[in-house]
Design a binder for this molecule. Structure first.
Ligand SMILES: Cc1cc2nc3c(=O)[nH]c(=O)nc-3n(C[C@H](O)[C@H](O)[C@H](O)COP(=O)(O)O)c2cc1C
Length: 359
């Protein structure tokens, strides 16, 4: 899959996605909650950190491989779970999963898609060591149905379960409200209980609904029931991370959901060190939110993340050029990361240590 898509800078890429997409689809992708302060600050927080590159190191050969929950992957850059890919490309999640696989990147599939998880599993490529796929769950109150979904995930070969905990109720987005996605009875959330009509989190019908209330008791149940490692996504505090690990969680995703549900939170660049200090090496730590450059990735890994995730950029690629566009975005980030590592004197991910970032 070759793409001629121009990835030189992601601002231009987003602009091209805006030109191509129906306005409601673009608004759904771009928006942050309320005044979009966190969505914007996520990006600037990484940019504000300053690097302290090392010189005179051997950087000709660079190894970016990493194990993620025991599986070796060529790159520490994952595709974050994002819902509703049919709004961006007719092939939806299948195209995204194929693009991620072609780039050797781990793909996290969202619960809120219109593609069967078994069909996404078919896109797990043989390319570049066949990166695993993980499944992101919004815990629905019906435990029997959730259990059945988990069994399907295991059967389809998903290697970990990512429980998203930062959206018990939908946030509100003026931008999405001004340009609403019109739900169609033909497009359904096929992996959710009852296969409801697919609506975005900002659909007015969902205002005030506690869609996915989840507490630590639910988490304990899930860890026992899942039959695969559980990762919690949406943690912004060291004490929460510690409690999740005490429940048996194997990974923490430091995330504010791209600023899409609660505005004016801390940024992930600001809190990653707090989480690292709180849980040390008792679980793997990943981070997302506003990562747009190789230098952002180097900073995140230096501060203690084992891997990063990107949400909106692969959706821009998907919108412009389908699976090839997703692949191009992921490969572009990988190239930038390798360049930034070399310029920082780091030939492996182990060489990315906190002293590379100015205090
Ligand atoms: C259009 C869109 C849909 C999303 N849907 C989900 C979802 O279904 N589940 C989830 O855990 N996170 C979801 N997220 C959040 C992403 O997983 C991720 O945390 C966020 O996009 C990272 O920030 P970035 O977009 O700045 O890279 C979504 C994000 C976007 C942009």
């Amino acid at each position: 899959m070759a793409s001629n898509m121009d990835c030189v800078d992601f601002d231009a890429l987003e602009e091209r996605a805006r030109e191509k997409l129906p306005p409601p689809s673009f608004a759904f992708c771009a928006t942050g909650a309320d005044d979009e302060i966190t969505a914007v600050e996520n990006v600037t927080a990484w940019r504000k950190l300053r690097l302290r590159p090392r010189m005179l190191r051997d950087i000709v050969k660079v190894d970016t491989s990493v194990t993620l929950l025991g599986d070796r992957v060529a790159t520490p850059i994952m595709v974050a779970p994002t819902g509703r890919h049919h709004l961006f490309h007719p092939e939806g999640e299948r195209a995204s999963a194929r693009g991620a696989a072609a780039a050797g990147a781990l793909f996290v599939m969202s619960t809120s898609g219109a593609t069967l998880l078994e069909d996404v599993a078919k896109e797990r490529g043989k390319e570049r060591g066949a990166a695993p796929q993980w499944f992101q769950l919004y815990m629905q109150p019906d435990r029997a149905a959730t259990g059945a979904l988990l069994d399907r995930c295991v059967k389809a070969g998903f290697k970990a379960l990512v429980l998203t905990v930062d959206q018990p109720v939908p946030g509100w987005s003026p931008r999405a409200a001004r340009s609403p996605v019109i739900a169609s009875p033909n497009v359904r959330s096929v992996n959710m209980v009852g296969q409801p009509i697919a609506k975005t989190a900002y659909d007015p019908d969902r205002k005030g609904l506690a869609m996915f209330p989840t507490n630590f008791g639910d988490l304990e149940w899930l860890v026992k029931r899942a039959n695969m490692p559980v990762v919690v996504k949406g943690v912004l505090r060291g004490d929460d991370a510690k409690r999740c690990v005490d429940c048996g969680v194997k990974g923490i995703m430091v995330s504010n959901h791209g600023g899409r549900h609660i505005d004016t939170t801390v940024t992930t660049a600001e809190v990653i060190s707090e989480i690292v200090d709180a849980i040390g090496k008792t679980a793997e730590i990943y981070v997302d939110g506003g990562i747009r450059r190789g230098t952002d990735i180097v900073k995140a890994l230096a501060l203690g993340a084992r891997a990063v995730l990107v949400g909106r950029p692969p959706l821009w690629g998907l919108s412009i050029d389908g699976a090839a566009g997703v692949q191009a975005v992921m490969e572009h980030l990988q190239d930038e990361m390798v360049r930034a590592m070399r310029l920082c004197g780091a030939a492996s991910l182990a060489a990315l240590t906190p002293d590379l970032v100015a205090k």
